[in-house]
Design a protein around this ligand. Structure first.
Ligand SMILES: C[S@@+](CC[C@H](N)C(=O)[O-])C[C@H]1O[C@@H](n2cnc3c(N)ncnc32)[C@H](O)[C@@H]1O
Length: 421
């Protein structure tokens, strides 16, 4: 199946490094927030075209790449993410159908309010103090935040202005950012933006993208909402004929910590300690998500039956290394929790998908403490146990092949787990 290209688009990409968000920074709407955990929208469009799907579900929808790619491909899209901040980004992007002239007018009111306002109440978070040593710049950024909040009118433009604000926070700080989204306050970057100008230019970019998209797309809009992939509440039985997603990897990346700077700035949290409730909601994929969780819940569960023996062996080896390292990282719990949660996701996906569904899961394997975990094989076996028919793995690239700074030397890879049935 071929699709018409929008005039500003490169053709859908089938091969190559499709597991990265970088290319999306040139694409309208996708580029409104740099969510490094995202995957390539052009590749998502190629999968949509090749599959001939009519209804695509992304159970780990993140910043909305799949749903927006679906809108651009005239496919019904539904994305869920349990992280409220990330889900709000995706919802705001879906407002690209709003009127760009009204957005610009509303943004002008925000800048006038920024100039008028004087005193601002800053968050007391130590992270903010570290990331914004220049108090004048910090104050101006806070005035943008407050003006956006004060001028809320209860409509889609509120969300677009909110996104314009949250998407400039990092660019206005001299602090470095890691390849992923953690903040490195002790590193600096060379180009730092001035808050009001950055906000205005962001809104102009949004408006330009909205005009471009609206000129060429008339397809009905997709849906995004907050939900847990382990239950998929709100998704009707048998809805999806394609599932296209990238779950958290079992690699200790903490999605709660990834947005700590933005959430601190919004006053939603005051520091690391406030991330607890969010961590409890996430699929277990980092040691910080484990708390006092009892691994027996996973190891004794019928849900992990097809991999129980191997899972137990890996769990025990990780527990041994942890003991030898005197109470270091709880990778044993993390791996048990990851596959227990993933088994629940497969059951939820089975319920929410039609017979004959095609699933593309972009995933990588992992080797905590050098103990290799055959992620794709275990996920494939759990999917079949949940009622899907077949799985196969298509490797896309090697990871961690440079051993420098690595605590282990196990080669890892990343690719697509294709499941059918
Ligand atoms: C690899 S990212 C997906 C990024 C997405 N493909 C994009 O392009 O923006 C994985 C996402 O899973 C979400 N997540 C973690 N636990 C979840 C859960 N239990 N249910 C739903 N989403 C979850 C995280 O918040 C994160 O946004």
């Amino acid at each position: 199946m071929t699709q018409a290209l929008l005039p500003f688009e490169a053709p859908p990409r089938r091969g190559g490094n499709t597991t990265t968000f970088v290319d999306n920074m040139r694409l309208p709407v996708h580029r409104w927030f740099r969510y490094s955990a995202g995957f390539s929208a052009q590749w998502a469009r190629a999968v949509l075209a090749d599959s001939g799907a009519r209804r695509v579900l992304d159970p780990f929808g993140g910043s909305g790449t799949t749903v927006i790619a679906a809108e651009q491909s005239s496919v019904s899209g539904m994305g869920v993410d349990v992280h409220p901040f990330v889900s709000r980004i995706a919802k705001a992007k879906l407002a690209w159908r709003a009127d760009p002239d009204i957005l610009l007018e509303r943004a002008r009111a925000v800048t006038l309010e920024v100039q008028r306002a004087r005193r601002v109440e800053g968050p007391s978070s130590p992270l903010i103090a570290k990331c914004f040593p220049d108090t004048a710049a910090l104050e101006e950024l806070l005035r943008v935040r407050d003006a956006v909040e004060t001028l809320r009118a209860g409509d889609a433009y509120d969300e677009l202005l909110w996104l314009a604000f949250v998407s400039i926070i990092r660019a206005c700080s001299p602090a470095g950012t890691a390849q992923w989204q953690y903040v490195l306050p002790n590193k600096t970057k060379s180009r730092v933006l001035e808050p009001r100008a950055a906000f205005e230019s962001r809104v102009r970019l949004f408006a330009d993208d909205m005009w471009a998209m609206q000129d060429h797309l008339a397809a009905p809009g997709g849906q995004v909402f907050e939900a847990d992939a382990r239950t998929l509440d709100g998704v009707s039985d048998g809805w999806a004929d394609l599932i296209l997603t990238s779950p958290p990897y079992a690699n200790n990346f903490d999605y709660a910590d990834a947005t700590r700077l933005e959430q601190s700035f919004l006053g939603e949290i005051n520091g690391w300690g406030d991330l607890g409730p969010l961590r409890k909601m996430l699929l277990k994929s980092a040691t910080q998500h484990m708390g006092r969780w009892d691994p027996a819940e996973a190891l004794d569960s019928p849900l992990v039956e097809p991999i129980r023996q191997e899972l137990f062996e890996v769990y025990s080896r990780l527990a041994d290394v942890k003991r030898a390292k005197a109470g270091n990282k709880a990778y044993d719990l993390m791996i048990a929790g990851y596959f227990f949660d993933s088994a629940q996701v497969w059951h939820a996906l089975r319920r929410a998908s039609a017979p004959g569904v095609k699933v593309c899961y972009v995933v990588g394997d992992s080797a905590p403490y050098g103990v290799h975990v055959p992620v794709e094989r275990w996920l494939g076996d759990l999917a079949v146990a949940a009622g899907f028919k077949t799985w196969n793995f298509e490797k896309v690239r090697d990871r961690n092949t440079k051993w420098k700074n690595r605590k282990h030397d196990h080669p890892l890879h990343e690719g697509r787990l294709w499941i059918e049935g």
